[in-house]
Design a protein around this ligand. Structure first.
Ligand code: SF4
Ligand code: F3S
Length: 104
């Protein structure tokens, strides 16, 4: 499965939702997550993210993100249609440590 990671936070470009064949993205206030039970591992979303925030869960060090994608995809609503990025997207793109401050 693929997971959404730190750099989506406060950017939320949403290009990813347009290409997912199984519509498995879920939307929080500041970021999206992927439902790992629904993701078919096709990989097409990964290059679509302008913030480079989508990763295969086989990459090392993603344990926390696997947990968060699993937990919050059960709580947040499904999103399938692209919308405008968050207004501060360009400013937050690439900032370190967004998880501790802005995860929602
Ligand atoms: Fe959707 Fe494919 Fe990305 Fe999984 S890897 S979230 S199925 S586009
Ligand atoms: Fe986030 Fe990238 Fe999608 S910033 S909303 S994972 S396109």
């Amino acid at each position: 499965t693929y997971v959404v990671t730190d750099n989506c936070i406060k950017c939320k470009y949403t290009d990813c939702v347009e290409v997912c064949p199984v519509d498995c993205f879920y939307e929080g206030e500041n970021m999206l997550v992927i439902n790992p039970d629904e993701c078919i591992d096709c990989g097409v979303c990964e290059p679509e993210c302008p913030a480079d925030a989508i990763r295969p869960d086989t990459e090392p060090g993603l344990e926390k993100w696997i947990e968060l994608n699993t937990e919050y995809s059960e709580k947040w609503p499904n999103i399938t249609i692209k919308k405008d990025p968050l207004p501060e997207a360009a400013e937050f793109d690439g900032q370190a440590g967004k998880l501790g401050k802005y995860f929602s």
